[in-house]
Design a protein around this ligand. Sequence first.
Ligand code: ADP
Ligand code: MG
Length: 682
Amino acid sequence: MDLSKNVQYIKGVGEERSKVLNRLGIFTLEDLITYYPRDYEDRSKVKNLEDTIDGEETLIKATVVTKMQVISTRNRRMKICKMIVRDETDACEVVWYNQPYLKQRFQIGEEYNLFGKISKGNGHIVMNSPVFDKDGISSNTGKIIPIYPLTYKISQNQIRKIIENGLSLVQNNLEETMPEYILKEYGLLDINSAVHKIHFPETFEEFEKARYRLAFEELLIMQLLLLNLKNKAMKKESGIAFDKNIKMSDVINRLPFKLTKAQLRAIEEIDRDMESDRSMNRLLQGDVGSGKTVVAIIAAYKAVKSGYQMAIMAPTSILASQHLESFTEILEPLGIRCELLISNMPAKKKRKVLEEIANGKIDVVIGTHSILQENVQFKNLGLVITDEQHRFGVNQRKIISKKGKNVDKLVMTATPIPRTLALILYGDLDISIIDELPPNRKKIDTFAVGLSFEDRVNNFIKKQVNEGRQAYIVCPLVEENEDIDAKSVLELFEKYKTQVFSEYRVEYIHGKLKQKEKDEIMEKFKNGEIDILISTTVIEVGVNVPNATIMVIQNAERFGLAALHQLRGRVGRGEYQSYCILKYQGKSDNVRERMKVMQETNDGFVISEKDLELRGSGEFFGTKQHGIPDFKVANLFEDMEILKKVQSLAIKIINYDENLEKDENILLKKAINKKFDGNIEI
Ligand code: ADP
Ligand code: MG
């Protein structure tokens, strides 16, 4: 058996079909047998016709009682085949479309297994387009049938056959990939059983066992690799030891508020990292509004006063401008010079800033991804912070670190991640968590309302504005679009400015405006010169205007929970009671469920777990962007229990055998090298 055998030469494939398989990423025998089902259909349990349920895919065992009729539709586009079958309990009409050849396949009086979707109405039962077997034969029915992720030009039946053929070549000859002692300790199936049974389980218990084993392996390999990398990084990366005589408390004492315990803890951890002579690689997690910026400012102080420059990168220029303001306010009086660097700035000014970054006159550079550009050269960069990390890829993080030598790195994110997952996503980072909001924050009241509430919502906005507050109204679109049924900024602005809110100061902002215009508008909003700001999600991250107390989100059904939570986080930042109003349309369960979650909790961790549940891990985390290799079987959300086991096992192994060189761990090393093909950069 040769696992690298070209799939073309496997029985049932051939040249044409191998091209189709190639498109699915299947090139070899090994690819084929590890092309796992995405789902299963239980075609093993026969139901009596009288017990069938409308809409359910069901297996029946029934005898043909009428000849098959083939009827052409009036325009002759379609041929409908119909026959009646019955079992002891009832009769059923069976229907196929455009398969007239089926006429030859059925005989009156014979019994067949038929599996298909039941529809029931008007007291009669219909089964649509079933798959079938003659009684006593079971190739399509009578068992659990794997369903494969397919695109086109190949049917489930075909690929199932091909995979069966592949597996019969392999038989029991796959080499074990996991050490014996692990298989034993965790009661895992051997590799041969696992691979066979994930394709063709006889029971769902068998499937579960097979899946468990394969997911366990995938997660373990991943964890071992991450821990190994992390250890190496810790040893190798000697870094800057920032000056122990520079006390962060000197800034802390000057702040207009008292830091929370959680902030102080994070600061302590960062301080320790900065003073040590290895590079800091730390993730700072904290919910929206938990006060991460000030932590960044304090770290910047330490870096600059120790003789280095620091840079902070934000995902939008609005946020960068706002950071500039916060940094300047605290650091300028301490003799630290902060400047903005964004792509959209006057050429002359930019040249000057670049020059002063290069000659070290600027201490703190605050910018967008334009900081990554090649022409940005630092004199002595020592600390790099990326804000709202989830918006940046791992590679961007790397590029900016390369602009200095062994710089300390801090990444900040408001996307809360369960700790176990953080270990996977940021396995190479240490983690600090700010799990507490500054005191006296009032809970934001959230209401999800239908379109009929338009007037009431508008009156409520007026009432708040009359009391001196400000409001955001967020829309999914910039301009009206015929194809999309959603509100746009410009459309709403027209209407509100001239009609609904004509007595108020209404403005709009979106990402396509020039930087200067955006800055001016945000500045005016901040200074209270605008009452109502109509916006796209450009204000999603980071924007901080404490006097704004209302966040209205149009077409809330179009946003993910994480985004809604971020948007809601724009209010409730000051002393006033704040409100978030989610205007939504649509009645699907998923939409309702999401609105409910938003109304019920303000806790980012709960929301992210729900989001994960409702959307699935891949989409939520953008795992591709994080550079995490795809899992074939494991699912970061559903397999949390396995993940926990695997994490403690991996730690145990790495602690005594860091490079997996002991005899009993050789297989693990082999598996890692194979999976990452020698390219283990994560
Ligand atoms: P985020 O973590 O979402 O980036 P910010 O850093 O923007 O949050 O902080 C939100 C607001 O809370 C800011 O106005 C900031 O000045 C204020 N803030 C931060 N820490 C405290 C604190 N300990 N006490 C009171 N207000 C604080
Ligand atoms: Mg922030």
